[in-house]
Design a binder for this molecule. Structure first.
Ligand code: AMP
Ligand code: GLY
Length: 422
């Protein structure tokens, strides 16, 4: 099969790495890709939001399947674009329809969905520009910390946790006033849940589903989970505190009703549901849904998945996902992201990366990198994810840490305490 992967991060490099292990994979293209994906297939300079441009490429290159990495093309309806086009409708797109992607694209939509299907989550109310006063009054009745969420996609920056009522009211007004553009024209105010987070990943055709290895990511830039939010600084899989009992609750109370909800609402969904969870008093609650895999979670989940993922995608698109049996590597996997100095605020690009060739006991997944004149240069905030296996997460982290110290570029920063709370 000829495969086109959309995206350019560590997640897409991990997908590429996994695809080329499959005997079914003939040609692999990645749009736009990075220096890492270029070692697995051919990078192509497509705009992943320009669907007509993608269509021309898919037809000219006889693409048999499109795997969508990030949420944006999904929320913009790439799945529906393919299904509604006579020339494209038989080419599987791994991802949900635009309707299904609303689980990530609108926080208010996701909360209503969870309410309807009785899925445990924080209590909430939603407000828009027509009821600002009611929102301010509602905030005044809440016990801080107060959680405010911009309804739409806000590049991971749309959630604010405020320590006082006054700050929450101020931010609420600013959100509705356009702080996050259109994404904030509706705001969800949520009950604060105090617990520890983890994530489950489900591959589904909208009817049956398969649960992939669980993971936990570390989103803050600073050690001890301090400082600004990032896309994710590292991840571990499995998650030691998630035992069989907790996982059973997750499956019964969250995964099953989510898939049933997708079915009952009639969403076309042929892709991943990434469920962000929090454990409070040993009970799981949903923090958020995403309609795609996580980054850097993919960089630990796929290395632990023994199955031929392309075969799974093929079965999924043929309605046979049910017959696939998940096989998981018993070892732990961890990843540590090396990031550009200054990230997640302003940072410089174009720094030469050195020391990659000497590493042979980790898998290096490229995020923001590019190749120029035979050199690999930094090209983004999150530059390289260093994934290692080990008997447990500590052993795996020791290998990632040793190798993180060996790779170098000007401004390199990484968290040395991934897994600190496990
Ligand atoms: P989200 O984009 O919805 O995943 O939110 C980003 C982060 O905000 C989550 O990973 C949590 O750490 C935190 N968060 C979101 N909702 C809540 C909540 N109801 N209670 C506590 N923390 C939350
Ligand atoms: N690492 C979190 C995410 O991909 O949304």
């Amino acid at each position: 099969m000829n495969i086109l992967i959309l995206g350019s991060g560590g997640r897409e490099h991990a997908f590429s790495w996994k695809m080329i292990k499959s005997p079914l994979c003939k040609k692999l293209f990645i749009a736009p890709g990075n220096a890492g994906t270029a070692s697995c297939g051919t990078n192509v300079a497509l705009n992943i939001k320009d669907f007509p441009q993608i269509k021309s490429f898919v037809i000219e290159n006889e693409i048999d399947m499109v795997v969508v990495g990030p949420e944006e093309p999904l929320v913009l309806g790439i799945y529906d674009f393919f299904k509604n086009d006579d020339a494209l409708k038989n080419i599987p797109v791994i991802g949900p329809s635009q309707h299904g992607a609303m689980l990530e694209g609108s926080k208010a939509f996701a909360k209503k969905f969870m309410e309807e299907f009785n899925i445990p989550t924080a209590g909430y109310r939603e407000f828009d520009g027509t009821n600002v006063e009611a929102g301010l009054k509602y905030i005044a009745t809440q016990t801080p910390p107060i959680v405010l969420k911009a309804d739409g996609l806000a590049a991971g920056k749309g959630v604010l946790i405020l320590p006082t009522i006054e700050e929450a009211q101020k931010e609420f007004k600013e959100m509705l006033g356009g702080k996050f553009g259109n994404a904030g024209s509706r705001v969800v105010i949520e009950e604060f849940l105090d617990g520890i987070e983890f994530s489950v990943f489900v591959l589904t055709d909208g009817k049956s589903y398969k649960v992939l290895p669980i993971a936990k990511d570390y989103k803050r830039i600073g050690e001890n989970d301090e400082g600004l939010n990032t896309g994710g600084m590292g991840a571990v899989s499995p998650v030691p505190f998630v035992d069989k009992e907790l996982m059973q609750k997750v499956e019964e109370r969250i995964i099953k009703p989510t898939i049933e909800g997708i079915q009952k609402r009639g969403f076309a969904y042929e892709g991943f549901v990434f469920i962000g969870l929090i454990r409070v008093n040993n009970e799981p609650y949903v923090i958020e849904y995403n309609c795609r895999m996580g980054d850097p979670e993919t960089e630990v989940v796929l290395p632990r998945l023994k199955n031929d993922l392309l075969q799974m995608f093929k079965s999924l698109s043929e309605g046979n996902l049910e017959n696939e049996k998940i096989e998981i590597d018993e070892r732990a996997a961890t990843t540590m992201f090396l990031v550009s100095g200054g990230y997640p605020e302003a940072y410089e690009k174009g720094k030469t990366i050195q020391g990659l060739d000497a590493i042979n006991d980790s898998i290096i997944f490229h995020g923001g990198t590019r190749m120029e004149a035979g050199k690999i240069l930094t090209n983004g905030g999150r530059v390289l994810a260093i994934t290692s296996y080990g008997e447990d997460f500590k052993a795996a982290l020791a290998v990632s840490k040793k190798n993180a110290a060996q790779v170098d570029f000007v401004g390199k920063y990484y968290r040395k305490d991934i897994g600190f709370d496990l």
